[in-house]
Design a protein around this ligand. Structure first.
Ligand code: PLP
Length: 390
C-alpha cells in the first residue's frame, strides 16, 4: 500500500481546515466503518427514520428530508429538475461563485434566467429582489444562503417573507450552512433547501439533502416538468415514506450521517450554532490582528466560512501552500476571478477553540517567512480574548 506522507515530516497531523469537505469526527468514522447492512432491511430503515427525526429540527421543517447519493451540486440540479419546465422564468441571486453555478444549472435546463448581480463579498439587498419579483412572475428565485466563495450570507428570512404570498418558489442553497447557520425552513417560507453531508454535518462527501415544501410539491407533481428519472422526487418521496431511498443508498454514509446528527443533538442545536458564530468571530479577530483583514459586511458574515483579504504584497496561493507544506494545515484559496487575493478557512462542523488557535499559530509562523511580519502571539491573543468574552 502506498502511503502519502508529508514532504517534510510524516509526524505532522493532517489538519483539514477547508470550507468543506471538513474533518470527520472519530465517532462518525467508526459508524461509517460498521458492516454494510441491507439497504431494504429493518436495520437500514431504522437508521433512515432516525436520521429523518434528527434532521427535521436542524432544517426547521416537518417535510421529509430527501437523502440523495450525490454531492451538493447534484442536489441543486435535482431541485431544479423537479420544478422547472423549459422556458420558465427563474430569478437567480448571484453574490458569488455558487450563485453563478445555480444560475448555470437553470440555464442548462432551458430556463429563462434573470440575474441579480451583487458585487461579490457584499450584502444582498432583499428590496432589490422584491422589486424584481413584483415586476415579473418567476417560477423560482434561487439564492445561496451561505456563499462559501466569499464568506457572506444572504438574508433568507427576509426573502422568504417577500415570496411567501406569491406563486414563486424560494430555492435556497445551504450546502455550506446547514448545521452551522440557522435554518427555519417552514417558518421562513423556504420552499426548497439544498445541502450536503461534507460541511457542517461532519460527514464525508456523498449525501445530498433536499427538503421540499408543500407549495413546491404542487409543482414537483406536475407532469409537464423536465424529464426526470434518478432525480425524480416523486420516486424519492414514495421511497422515503417507506424509510428507504429510491435507488441503492450509500449505506455507510447514512450510518455516518445518523451518528453526526446524534452528536449535533447531544450538543444541542442552539449551542452548535452559537459555537460556529463564536469560533468564526474569534478567527476573524485573530486574523485581523496579524494583518489579514476579514472580508464581508459586518451583519452578513458567515459563521461557517471565514474569507480573508490577502495583503497586496502576498499571494493567497503561497499562504495555502506554505501552511500545507510546513504544518499540513489545509485551507483554501479561491478558484475564481479573485484567485490569489483571498484565502478561506472553514469554521464549520467538528471545529473547536483549539483548532482556531492552532490555525492562528500556523499563520503567525508562515506569514513572516513569506515576507509579512507579524507580532508573535498577536493573532492567538486576539482570538482567545473573543473566546473568553462570549
Ligand atoms: N453550494 C455551496 C455554497 C458550496 O459551498 C458548494 C461546495 O463547496 C456547493 C454548492 C457545491 O457542492 P458540491 O461540491 O458538494 O457539489
Amino acid at each position: 500500500m502506498t502511503v502519502i506522507t508529508h514532504p517534510v515530516s510524516s509526524s505532522l497531523k493532517y489538519r483539514l481546515r477547508l470550507p468543506g469537505p471538513t474533518a470527520v469526527p472519530d465517532r462518525v468514522q467508526r459508524a461509517i466503518a460498521q458492516p454494510i447492512v441491507n439497504h431494504r432491511g429493518p436495520e437500514f430503515r431504522a437508521m433512515f427514520s432516525r436520521a429523518q427525526e434528527l434532521l427535521k429540527p436542524v432544517l426547521g421543517t416537518s417535510n421529509h428530508v430527501f437523502l440523495l447519493a450525490s454531492s451538493g451540486t447534484g442536489a441543486m440540479e435535482a431541485s431544479l429538475a423537479n420544478i422547472l419546465a423549459p422556458g420558465e422564468p427563474v430569478f437567480a441571486v448571484v453574490h458569488g461563485q455558487f450563485g453563478e453555478r445555480f444560475a448555470s444549472i437553470a440555464k442548462v435546463f432551458g430556463a429563462q434566467v434573470d440575474v441579480l448581480d451583487v458585487a461579490w463579498g457584499e450584502a444582498v439587498d432583499p428590496r432589490e429582489i422584491e422589486k424584481r419579483v413584483k415586476a415579473k412572475e418567476y417560477r423560482a428565485v434561487v439564492v445561496v444562503y451561505n456563499e462559501s466563495s466569499t464568506g457572506v450570507t444572504a438574508n433568507v428570512q427576509a426573502i422568504g417573507a417577500i415570496l411567501r404570498q406569491t406563486p414563486t418558489l424560494l430555492v435556497v442553497d445551504s450546502v455550506s450552512g446547514l448545521g452551522g447557520l440557522e435554518m427555519k425552513q417552514d417558518e421562513w417560507g423556504v420552499d426548497i433547501v439544498v445541502s450536503s453531508s461534507q460541511k457542517c454535518l461532519m460527514c464525508p462527501p456523498g449525501i445530498g439533502l433536499v427538503s421540499v415544501s408543500p407549495k413546491a410539491w404542487k409543482i414537483v407533481e406536475r407532469e409537464d416538468r423536465l424529464p426526470r428519472y434518478y432525480w425524480d422526487f416523486r420516486k424519492t418521496l414514495a421511497s422515503s415514506e417507506k424509510s428507504e431511498t429510491a435507488f441503492t443508498a450509500p449505506v455507510s454514509l447514512f450510518a455516518g450521517l445518523t451518528e453526526a446528527l446524534e452528536m449535533i443533538h447531544e450538543e444541542g442545536i442552539p449551542n452548535v450554532l452559537a459555537r460556529h458564530k463564536k469560533l468564526s468571530t474569534a478567527l476573524r479577530a485573530g486574523c485581523a490582528a496579524i494583518g489579514l483583514a476579514p472580508s464581508g459586511p459586518k451583519d452578513s458574515l458567515s459563521p461557517t466560512v471565514v474569507a480573508l483579504h490577502v495583503p497586496e504584497k502576498l499571494n493567497g496561493g503561497d499562504i495555502v501552500k506554505r501552511l500545507y507544506e510546513k504544518h499540513r494545515t489545509v485551507i483554501a484559496g479561491v478558484r475564481n476571478k479573485f484567485a490569489g487575493r483571498f484565502i478561506r478557512i472553514g469554521t464549520m462542523g467538528h471545529v473547536h477553540e483549539d483548532d482556531i488557535l492552532t490555525d492562528l499559530e500556523h499563520l503567525e509562523d508562515v506569514l513572516p517567512e513569506l515576507g509579512w511580519p507579524v507580532t508573535p502571539g498577536a493573532g492567538v491573543a486576539a482570538a482567545a480574548a473573543v473566546m473568553r468574552s462570549s
